[in-house]
Design a binder for this molecule. Structure first.
Ligand code: URA
Length: 200
């Protein structure tokens, strides 16, 4: 069993926060263990909870379209979430739930060691860009501890606000160019400094 499979098994058995009481299936994430690009969403919804797989509902269909626009399929990338069990009624994840799940996501990023981590939505963005506003920083990459993070709106945002569809599609289209330029992107200053320098 690979380390990632072992981790997925731990996730399936996890009782680290109350969300395990209501889950049908935990959703550890999926994709090649050596994926160059990792997408991190927020939390499983109804369909993900039923199937134990990330992004298999309406937002997932849009994500697949976006991937196709840069000649990728979901089998080319690793897709995970900030929390691995569905919150009741799809409410926002609570800080304690995010903390309880954090070690799993940290380990996934370490094991996969992707060239690019694309954060989808504000909960995922907050890992790398605490206190930032997604409307300001979407589409602005930042390297932290050797990992390049790229914040994007959550695909579900476009389902509620159709004008975001184009914004999300444009941010997605920049990904191939970012992968090419990765070596030239410098490590970013710590968040406070970045804020003071008005980098975003
Ligand atoms: N939204 C997410 O953030 N993750 C999923 O897996 C599905 C929908």
């Amino acid at each position: 069993m690979s380390d990632l499979e072992g981790l997925a098994r731990e996730v399936a058995l996890c009782t680290g926060c109350p969300l395990h009481h209501g889950r049908t299936k935990a959703v550890p994430g999926e994709g090649p263990p050596d994926a160059q690009i990792m997408f991190i969403g927020e939390a499983p919804g109804f369909h993900e909870d039923q199937q134990g797989r990330p992004f298999v509902g309406a937002a997932g269909r849009f994500l697949e379209e976006l991937l196709a626009s840069i000649d990728l399929t979901r089998d080319d990338v690793f897709i995970a979430n900030v929390i691995k069990c569905r919150p009741p009624g799809n409410r926002d994840p609570l800080p304690d739930e995010i903390e309880a799940c954090r070690p799993f996501l940290d380990r996934q990023i370490d094991l996969i060691s992707p060239k690019l981590v694309v954060t989808l939505g504000r909960f995922s963005m907050a890992r790398a860009f605490p206190n930032a506003r997604i409307s300001r920083i979407h589409g602005s990459p930042r390297k932290i501890n050797g990992v390049l993070y790229y914040p994007m709106y959550h695909p579900a945002a476009a389902l509620h606000q159709p004008s975001l569809r184009r914004v999300i599609a444009e941010d997605m289209e920049r990904i191939p160019e970012l992968i090419e330029q990765i070596e030239q992107i410098d490590e970013s200053p710590p968040p406070m400094e970045a804020e003071q320098l008005r980098l975003f």
